[in-house]
Each structure stands twice: as C-alpha cells, then as structure tokens.
Ligand binder design. Structure first.
Ligand SMILES: Cc1cc2nc3c(=O)[nH]c(=O)nc-3n(C[C@H](O)[C@H](O)[C@H](O)COP(=O)(O)OP(=O)(O)OC[C@H]3O[C@@H](n4cnc5c(N)ncnc54)[C@H](O)[C@@H]3O)c2cc1C
Length: 497
C-alpha cells in the first residue's frame, strides 16, 4: 500500500475506527468532519455544570471492540463494565417495575406469577436465539458480499430450521413463547434499536435476545460513552492522522470513474487516492454526488428508522432507586397502535427510556445531582415535520416520569435541553432526522443494504450504520473492518478469543 493517502469524510465511530485500522496498515489518513468535534452521534453535550452523552448510552457485543483493539495492536483506549440489572421496565397501567437480569432465577422470582413455567419458556426461547445467533453471525453479519449470488449462496449455508423465522415478525416470534403482555413487550424492546417497532421488525432479529441475555449483556463506559471517542482520538494522533473540523463536504471533483478530490462548503479541496465516506451513502449520493437516481423523493421511499426526541435533564437531587437504564412503557393499546411511528399520539407516549448518566460518570453532574437522558422514539421528519409542540411533549414526559417514580422532578430541574429530529438532522446530516439511519427491513439487510463500495467510483467506499452490516456501536466496529477489507483488497481474519 506504500504511502497511499486516504481521506475519510465524517468522524463518527465507524469513520474513526476505519481510520485507525487503515493508519495501522501504513496508509496516510486524513479525516474531514463538518462539526467542530469528533464522534458523530456518539457525542456529548456540556450545559451548565452537567455533561450528557447525547446518543448511545450502552453497548453490547464487547468482543467486537476487543477484536478491533487486537487488529490495531492497541489496548482498548476506554474501560467498560456490564450493567446489572441490564435494565428495568416500568408499566404505566399496573405501575410495576421489573428489573431485568441475565439470571433466569432472579427473573423467575418476578415473572413466575404472570408467566407460568417461565424458566422453561425462557430457556427454550434463549436456546433457540443462541442457535440462531451462532448459525448466522459469521455468515450474514461479519462478511462482505460481492454479488447477489454470493449473498444467496452464503445464506443457503444457514441451518434451514431458521427459514420460518423469515416470515414472521419480531413480536410474533416472542409471542410464540410467552403469553403475558409484560414479557411480550419486555423481550421485544430490542427491536427499537434497529429503528422500527417489533411488529415491523423481522423475526430473525430476535437473535438480539441472545446478545442481551446470554452473550454478553449491556455495558456502560467508565467516565461516559464519549470516552470511546476520546480514546480513539488519542490513538489516531499517535498514528499522525490529521483531523480537520468545521469542514462540510458538499461536492466532489471526478475524472471518469475516479474521485480526485472532495470539496467543502468554503471551496477547500482535499485530494486523496481513496475516499471513505462515513456520511449515510444515500445522502452522499443525493447531496454530494448529486445523482438523479438518489433524488430526495426517491430515497424517501426507503425504510428509514424512526426519529428520536432526546431530552437532557440536570436535576439537583439523586434518583438512587432507579437502575442505570430504565424503560417506561405506556398503555398496551398504544403499544399496538404505534404502527411504524407514522401515526403516533405523542402526549400518550407509549415508550421512552431514561438513562442515569451520572451513575457511571460521576463527572456528569455536580455533587448531589443527577444527569438524565430521556430517549423517546418518535416519527421522523417524513411523518412529522412541525416540532413547535415539543415543549408540550417534553412537559408530558417529565410529568409521566414523575408520576411513575413518585417524585415531582420539575422543581428540581437545573438544566434542560431538547433535540427533536430537526436538531439530529442538522447536526449530523441525518436524512429526515431518522436517528438510526436506514432501518433493518429484510430488503435493507446484508447485500440488499447500500454496499460499502461505490458502484460507479472505484476509489470510493462507505462505512457506518446505513451501510453493512447496520445500526449500533458494535456494528459500526464491524463496518470499519468490512470497509477496511474493501480498501486494502484483502480479507482480514478477525481474532475473537
Ligand atoms: C439517540 C440515540 C441513541 C442511541 N443509542 C445507542 C445505544 O445505546 N447503543 C448503540 O450501540 N447505538 C446507539 N445508537 C446508534 C449509534 O449512535 C449509531 O449507530 C452510531 O453512532 C453511528 O455511527 P456512524 O459512524 O455510522 O455515523 P455518525 O455517528 O452519524 O457519523 C457520521 C459523521 O459524519 C459527519 N458528516 C455528515 N455529513 C458530513 C459532510 N458532508 N462532511 C463532513 N462530515 C459530515 C457527521 O457530522 C458525523 O460526525 C443511538 C443513536 C441515537 C441517535
């Protein structure tokens, strides 16, 4: 590879991880970022005396990060610990809170009354989830596909017993094992991480229950999630990777089938031999390559994830009785009505989660105070453009939360900041404010998801959550490996121990 120059557009987790993998392989890497700070959606916000992680608040599949560290021959530059309980779930109707552990006996104590034979049902559900995970992860998630034929051939190697799952939803698969409405909802929550409701997410993704309960739970990062980005920046500096901030790429200079340079809003050109795009591939083709096939009206027809309304709240008390990660579920009727986040009765919000960030990052809040992040799945900007009602929505959620925890937090609020899908779109160029990019419908999975290699330009590659394999921090790390393979033109054998 000699001294080949790579230019990476975007400093999200996938962009930074690709940068380090390539720098370690001898490439001269430069990163261009539109914002004045790195990290993309994995970012932080400082308001008054509080610091908030603005997006991801936990992660799973820690072994993908360990693989990354091995590939780069570094110590992982941040520390993590598992969440225990993994999370808690509170139901509005019966006011009960369940603490979810990965210990079947602890779960049984809570569920045996509402779900007869809980242990054997859960055991059967998880056993199947584990076999699904083991049978599919290497074949369907951890490899690049060169053609549709390659994809189909790879999938044909998967145990045929999983085929019926392709014709059912996440929710229906869970419903087959459990009869209580509570467990049916609790075990389907992970579908939201893929950008859609459990009714609209395919049954194959119930393999997430395996990552959640069997291998290896959810983890927080010591000192806050942004330590992941700070750690990566230190490693990139050691490799002399240059990061240029406040530079939004708006155009490319091309010659035949090659990109020569990318050009930012101020007209500054960046030349390189190869380019890796950490911007959503469809947005890049629409806004930067200006391709007719990717006009807004056309890409709008893709399945985009829901938006997220995020609320960052600093309070002058500590909520010691809550778990770190807490789900609040509304009326069951709302849960079923909430179809694809298109029609959504916001004041009766059916679902939100609250993360107590100062629990794992004591610096997030002053002494005696807590830093909370609320995440509310909401319609993206295709379905709800006007967010002038955001104050009413936020006030309803704070009221609902106060009722559920039995304490009015309103008078304790020192700081409150809200991002609607409009802010998410503006900050990180997210199409229609879809917080998680392209969702994981089956026609947007594997080879059918936008490829990490551009079809027209031979020196243009993509990395991140709207290309393969998909959404979430571990997927961003796998994406960085799959993209690196494309750039260097050879397969990397990942080492998992
Ligand atoms: C509210 C929220 C909660 C989440 N919670 C979790 C969680 O708990 N666990 C989990 O695993 N995942 C979570 N996710 C998902 C996770 O954040 C994403 O999957 C992941 O961070 C995406 O990383 P990325 O590198 O693909 O993209 P991004 O982080 O979006 O990075 C892309 C970068 O490109 C930059 N950029 C865009 N356009 C240009 C341009 N034209 N020129 C230059 N730069 C440009 C952007 O500013 C950005 O820095 C959450 C996401 C959200 C929004």
């Amino acid at each position: 590879m000699g001294n080949k120059k790579i230019c990476i557009i975007g400093s999200g987790l996938a962009g930074l991880a690709t940068a380090l993998r390539l720098a370690k392989r001898g490439y001269k890497v430069e990163i261009i970022e539109k914002n004045p700070y790195p990290g993309g959606r994995l970012n932080q916000l400082n308001v008054d005396d509080f610091t908030f992680d603005i997006g991801p608040s936990f992660f799973s599949m820690t072994y993908e990060f360990d693989e990354f560290a091995k590939d780069c021959n570094i110590e992982l530059p941040f520390r993590y610990s598992s969440l225990n309980p993994i999370f808690s779930v509170n139901f509005q109707e019966d006011k009960i809170t369940y603490n979810i552990y990965n210990d079947l006996y602890k779960l049984n104590e809570q569920f045996r009354k509402i779900e007869p034979n809980f242990i054997s049902k859960m055991d059967r559900y998880l056993r199947y989830g584990s076999s699904l995970f083991e049978d599919t992860i290497d074949i369907a998630v951890r490899q690049n596909f060169d053609s549709l034929k390659h994809y189909v051939k790879s999938l044909s190697k998967i145990n045929k017993k999983h085929i019926p799952l392709l014709f059912t939803s996440y929710q229906n698969h869970v419903n087959r094992y459990f009869s209580s409405p509570e467990l049916r909802q609790i075990l389907s929550l992970s579908a939201y991480f893929l950008g859609n409701t459990p009714h609209k997410t395919n049954g194959v993704y119930t393999l997430l229950s395996h990552t959640e309960f069997v291998n290896n739970g959810y983890h927080y990062v010591h000192g806050g999630m942004y330590k992941i980005i700070e750690g990566l920046i230190i490693e990139l500096k050691k490799e002399n990777v240059n990061i240029i901030y406040n530079s939004e790429i708006v155009n490319v200079q091309r010659s035949n089938k090659t990109v020569i340079a990318v050009i930012d809003k101020k007209g500054k050109r960046y030349e390189a031999d190869q380019f890796v795009i950490n911007v959503d591939p469809l947005i890049f083709r629409n806004k930067i390559l200006h391709k007719r096939k990717y006009m807004e009206k056309i890409i709008e027809r893709k399945h985009w994830s829901m938006g997220m309304l995020t609320i960052y709240v600093g309070i002058d008390i500590k909520l010691r009785n809550l778990a770190v990660h807490n789900y609040y579920i509304g009326k069951e009727s709302n849960y079923h009505e909430m179809n694809n986040f298109k029609h959504y009765n916001l004041p009766n919000t059916p679902y939100y989660y609250v993360n107590i960030q100062s629990r794992y990052n004591p610096d997030a809040a002053p002494e005696g105070c807590d830093a909370l992040m609320f995440v509310v799945p909401v319609p993206n900007l295709i379905y709800k453009k006007d967010w002038s009602d955001k104050d009413d929505i936020v006030s309803n959620i704070i009221k609902d939360f106060s009722n559920r925890i039995g304490m009015n937090i309103k008078s304790h609020i020192k700081t409150l900041k809200v991002f609607t899908p409009v802010e998410w779109q503006k900050k990180f160029n997210l199409f229609c404010g879809a917080a998680l990019g392209l969702s994981h419908s089956m026609d947007q999975t594997g080879y059918l998801r936008p490829s990490n290699m551009d079809k027209e330009f031979k020196n243009l590659f993509y990395t991140g959550c709207s290309t393969v394999p998909g959404i979430g921090l571990p997927m961003a790390i796998i994406s960085s490996r799959l993209t690196t393979e494309r750039v260097i033109g050879e397969k990397i054998t990942p080492i998992y121990e």
